[in-house]
Design a protein around this ligand. Structure first.
Ligand code: ATP
Length: 359
């Protein structure tokens, strides 16, 4: 069975530049999907293609089984909310919320009832007569959301709607949008370059890289089981080291190296052949042990690296250590402070170690 919203093999170009290189995506009814990726990877282009502002050169967009690839935006049952709010400055909050209803020639009585309903839904009751210039950023974005919801869209498309808001307001509006989307059961596609925002808001995250999908999964999947080196790095596993791996059955043997002990790790579904591998891990995924007090035996399923503490800082919560492993450095966060110059053992459980073939 297909999804409610389907993007099938979509290719989109601006002149010579192909920005989407064959994107397949299936979104279930009522699902909240975040499109996440670095600047220029094609997130906005994909959202605008779904909305109908770009026509793919190949592939199709389907809603509930209906091919809408050639249909104009206003025939797709979607509403788009922009980063810039795009409110009419000369209109009141009520008039802005009702704008889509007016265009659709909804009668005055029905429109007024719907505007009141949406205003209440978004906590804008006291502000109906104000103009956008008399509102805070968070309130303006709520009005923009109200205008989108007023037309009762089947699909809500959000293009970085929170990025103009200051950090604290962003957290509040983030939760408001999530709660509303769930309450209304509306299907939503949300573009963001903010990893945490995608993690906390979305049912599933689509990670784009250079116009292609790098991984699709729940927040837990993309965070804990990154499908590629790119995804691991993008999801914050910034430490990288080289290992030699012997793959056999359910076990991966890591050969002893200049800065690591030999280790037997469980394969855990990793698709890895014997040879040179790249390992990534997060700075908080490590337990740090003073080499003098260590028995040198990390136990099964744990990789041990051996290094020396360089710079130490306290960004808050945990101590941040730069650790030298020969020429390489890695970052390690720990509850206790290990002084510069201390010889340390870094222990990483195999489920926290992301291994990829070195290409
Ligand atoms: N109208 C356009 N004409 C030509 N090139 C464009 C146009 N719009 C976007 N591009 C290019 O297409 C690529 C993808 O742009 P897009 O806006 O989809 O990326 P994005 O992932 O949303 O980035 P950002 O997070 O910076 O908004 C970029 O290289 C961009 O420069």
């Amino acid at each position: 069975m297909g999804g409610y919203l389907e993007v099938a093999g979509a290719r989109v170009s601006y002149g010579e530049l192909e920005v989407l290189k064959g994107v397949d995506l299936s979104v279930a009814k009522g699902e909240f999907v975040a499109l996440l990726g670095s600047s220029g990877c094609g997130k906005t282009t994909l959202l605008r293609t779904i909305a109908g502002f770009h026509t793919p050169s190949h592939g199709a967009i389907r809603i509930d089984g209906r091919d809408v690839t050639r249909e104009p935006p206003d025939r797709r049952g979607m509403a788009l909310v922009f980063q810039s709010y795009a409110l009419w400055p000369h209109m009141t909050v009520d008039q802005n919320i009702g704008y889509g209803l007016k265009i659709r020639r909804v009668g005055a009585g029905a429109a007024a009832a719907r505007i009141a309903e949406v205003r209440a839904l978004l906590g804008l009751d006291a502000l109906g007569r104000r103009k956008p210039g008399e509102l805070s950023g968070g309130q303006r974005q709520r009005v923009a959301l109200g205008r989108a919801l007023a037309i009762n869209p089947d699909i809500l498309l959000l293009d970085e709607p929170l990025s103009n808001l200051d950090a604290r307001i962003r957290l509040t509006v983030r939760h408001e949008i999530s709660a509303l989307q769930r309450r209304l059961g509306i299907t939503a596609v949300h573009v963001t370059h903010d990893r945490e925002e995608a993690m906390v808001m979305a049912d599933r995250i689509v990670i784009l890289n250079g116009g292609e999908i790098a991984q699709v999964g729940t927040p837990q999947q993309v965070y804990n089981q990154p499908a590629s080196d790119f995804v691991a790095a993008f999801m914050g596993a910034e430490n990288v080291i080289d290992l030699d791996v012997l793959a056999g059955g359910e076990t991966l043997i890591v050969a002893e190296g200049p800065h690591n002990r030999r280790a037997a790790l469980s394969r855990q579904g990793r698709d890895l052949a014997s040879g040179s591998a790249m390992a990534r891990f997060r700075s908080e995924a490590i337990s740090l042990v003073d080499a003098r007090g260590s028995d040198g035996e990390p136990g099964p399923g744990v990789l041990q690296l051996e290094g020396v503490v360089g710079q130490v800082s306290y960004p808050g919560g945990l101590w941040r250590h730069v650790i030298h492993l020969g020429e390489r450095t890695v970052m390690v966060d720990a509850e206790h402070c290990f002084e510069a110059g201390t010889a340390v053992h870094l222990r990483i459980r195999d489920d926290r170690l992301y291994l990829f073939p070195r290409s």
